[in-house]
Design a protein around this ligand. Structure first.
Ligand code: NDP
Ligand code: MG
Length: 402
């Protein structure tokens, strides 16, 4: 009897040791729900905390299914509603709100890793807080790295925390670099689908409607990144993201259009060898890779069938038509607060485009105007980054009456 109890105690502690506790910022979004699909299938992943913006019906369903310790929602009204609605089944779940709530999710003592699947610069403070608390980060929220990469990467080094890319291109590069430590990278080849308007001229883009821009040929994603893919600003943000993640110069990052979205990115080493990671377009692979790194575990889903694959093609990006990509190279070369200007102007412009207040091409115009007028702050602090965001919003509000 005693022996049995001791054996079961051993098994329990072994299971606890093998269990990875996961917190998610943005659990109701595209990346957030796909992360939960993985957790649902894997017995050694355990969800301990979630945060959402305003989709409280989905958040409620997540709380009922996964019984997290903490759940955050943006407004206190929604939090109060949720407290009442989940009290019967999950009374142990603390429902919190606002930035304080996001910070609590990001730093919860029980978690091993935080998946940052929130959209936009709102992720900066919670990501930094999580790193301070020693949490590994599965980073999807690229806007945070674009604006505060200099702070985040050095803090992560200081705290011994891993920043594991979730973005498919960066995960591909990360996978290609495995086992290559000490070998010098010549360049990163960041692939891009080219979005729904690949091959179109600037004149064609004048006619673009919201519905056309929301129709991505290969990927199903949240609305903001879908528009970013259509403008190719997404690829620009990813160039900046790659610079911070892999510590390379912008001139070492080449964007290559790969319309079938099968080659997720490549690394060229100094001997000329090029390593690539291929797969079907499915975000669950990079999410799961970040959750289990360095281990690979079974993931169900469609496999590449090379007997059916008719072509894998490559093209040069059209920087004149998709000027947002060019602006991103310019922003990262300038450095300091300029990437924040690019990102914040884009966030506001995309929100306005989604509300049908501006045209597709005005997204580029807003970014250009803010970049032209900005006085760069070198090495900005978090407060200066947020003040720059505020300046961008005021500048656009003052000039764009739409
Ligand atoms: P979604 O729009 O689908 O989801 C965003 C999530 O953030 C939702 O849970 C939303 O909550 C929450 N949220 C939005 N605003 C706030 C706010 N003010 N406060 C708190 N929470 C908020 O986005 P995606 O999942 O598509 O993208 C998330 C991040 O991952 C982005 O940075 C994107 O660039 C990146 N990424 C996404 C990919 C994809 O395939 N989707 C691929 C690679 C990177 P709610 O819905 O409840 O309001
Ligand atoms: Mg990507």
């Amino acid at each position: 009897m005693y022996r049995n109890m001791s054996a079961s105690a051993d098994i329990n502690s072994f299971e606890e040791e093998c269990m990875k506790n996961v917190a998610i910022l943005g659990s109701t979004g595209s990346i957030g729900t796909q992360t939960l699909e993985i957790i649902r299938c894997q017995e050694d992943l355990n969800l301990v905390a979630v945060s959402a913006g305003s989709n409280i019906s989905l958040l409620e369903a997540q709380i009922r299914e996964f019984h997290p310790v903490v759940a955050a929602v943006w407004s206190e009204e929604h939090a109060a509603e949720l407290r009442t609605s989940v009290a019967d089944v999950v009374p142990s779940c603390r429902i919190v709100s606002g930035m304080e709530g996001m910070l609590e999710v990001a730093t919860i003592a029980q978690s091993d890793i935080l998946i940052t699947a929130v959209v936009g610069m709102i992720g900066i403070k919670p990501t930094i807080a999580a790193i301070e608390a020693g949490k590994d980060i599965g980073l999807a929220n690229k806007e945070t790295l674009v604006t505060a990469g200099h702070i985040i990467m050095s803090l992560a080094r200081e705290k011994g925390v891993s920043i594991l890319p979730v973005d498919s291109e960066h995960s591909a590069i990360f996978q290609c670099r495995n086992g290559e430590s000490g070998n010098r990278i010549q360049k990163l080849l960041l692939t891009a689908s080219g979005g729904p308007f690949r091959g179109k001229s600037r004149k064609d883009l004048e006619m673009v409607t919201l519905e056309m821009a929301l129709h991505h040929p290969n990927w199903s994603m949240g609305k903001k990144i879908t528009i970013d893919s259509a403008t190719m600003v997404n690829k620009g943000l990813e160039v900046i993201e790659a610079k911070w993640l892999f510590d390379v110069k912008p001139s070492q990052i080449e964007v290559v259009v790969q319309p079938q979205s099968i080659v997720h990115s490549m690394v060229e080493f100094e001997d000329g060898a090029v390593m690539a990671q291929l797969g079907t377009p499915d975000m669950k692979l990079p999410i799961q890779y970040a959750l289990y790194y360095p281990k690979r575990v079974y993931l169900s889903g469609k496999r590449l069938d090379f007997s059916e694959l008719t072509e894998i093609t490559f093209q040069k990006p059209d920087l004149d038509t998709f000027s947002g990509l060019q602006y991103a190279y310019e922003a990262i070369e300038t450095g300091g607060s300029m990437p924040t200007v690019l990102n914040a102007a884009n966030e506001l412009a995309v929100a306005r485009f989604l509300n049908r207040r501006i045209s597709f091409l005005e997204i580029y115009e807003m970014i250009r105007m803010c970049m032209d007028e900005h006085k760069v702050i070198p090495n900005p602090s978090v407060d200066e980054i947020l003040a720059t965001e505020h300046w961008v919003y005021e500048t656009i509000e003052g000039r764009w009456k739409s």
